[in-house]
Design a protein around this ligand. Structure first.
Ligand SMILES: [Zn+2]
Ligand SMILES: [Zn+2]
Length: 288
């Protein structure tokens, strides 16, 4: 972050409908013609539909670093595009709700059928009992307009990528430094552990069942790939070893937690430490 940058100022700039409309019009022009994204002043004013020239000029001037001016008119900058993308993703709309949509798999706690639902800015994977729900940060645009298998695959891919980023210490929200860990379940009535990410930059807290930390392990991916299963597009909650409580504590000090990724003819025993790093991956014949 540069010393002179002011993200709060950027939020303030786009809090106005005319300014956001100007940015959207320029982003649309960029999409139509990335090589020649400039829009002439009069064309831009027509696109935005503001008759009052003084009012339009005032808002155009205020967009400063989000818009660049050239001899052929105006274009959106990369930061301006990032603002348009953030708005388009729906993440900034606290009132957006979606679902429920039935999905494969069963609740880790009670075995009931699961649905996906979006409310209060996050995606819920839930059987209907609040205490059993898993919460994930995703954008409404991940879900909006998608149904059936394609929907489930989109969610599966997004969540397995989140789990991989957490394991590698990258916050899925802000891409800042994150501390991954396997930590005890905070709810006293539920024993067991979960895979956790604590972002030092944005403060976001991410939580997954422990098995999700093993999803992106090359040995695990390869074993599933050899059986024509693309683990990166498989909903983790349908895998028995990625359910809440599927882990086994095999060492207390230092902490060692094992998940058994079962395949039809073998089992991969993946042992993780307290930093959610894989300590060992061991093949076991599943028929014994
Ligand atoms: Zn349940
Ligand atoms: Zn973050």
């Amino acid at each position: 972050m540069g010393a002179e940058s002011s993200p709060t100022e950027t939020f303030e700039l786009v809090s106005n409908d005319t300014r956001l409309a100007i940015l959207r019009a320029l982003a649309e022009a960029f999409r139509e013609s990335p090589i020649e994204p400039f829009v002439a002043y009069s064309d831009l004013r027509d696109r935005v539909g503001v008759r009052d020239k003084g009012n339009f000029n005032y808002h155009l001037d205020r967009l400063e670093d989000l818009v660049t001016e050239g001899s052929e008119g105006y274009a959106v900058t990369s930061v301006g595009l990032a603002v348009v993308s953030a708005v388009a993703s729906g993440r900034l709309d606290p009132g957006w709700t979606w679902g429920p949509r039935e999905v494969p798999g069963a609740c880790s706690f009670c075995g009931d059928a699961l649905v996906l639902r979006y409310e209060n800015g996050h995606l819920l994977l839930t059987c209907g009992v609040d205490d059993h729900a898993l919460l994930f940060p995703v954008s409404p645009s991940l879900l909006d307009g998608h149904e059936g298998d394609a929907l489930v695959e989109r969610v599966a891919v997004a969540l397995s990528q989140q789990a991989e980023r957490i394991r590698r210490g990258i916050c899925p929200e802000c891409e800042g430094d994150l501390t991954p860990g396997v930590v005890p379940e905070p709810k006293p009535e539920q024993d067991g552990h979960f895979f956790h990410g604590d972002c030092r930059r944005c403060g976001f807290q991410h939580g997954f069942p422990v098995g999700a930390a093993a999803l992106s392990q090359p040995a695990v991916l390869a074993a599933f790939d050899a059986r024509d299963v693309d683990l990166r597009a498989t909903p983790f909650w349908t895998l028995a070893w990625c359910r809440v409580g599927a882990e086994t504590v095999v060492g207390e000090d230092p902490l060692r937690v094992r998940v058994d990724a079962r395949l039809p003819d073998e089992t991969l025993a993946v042992t993780l430490d307290g930093d959610a790093a894989v300590v060992s991956t061991e093949r076991r014949d599943g028929r014994k």
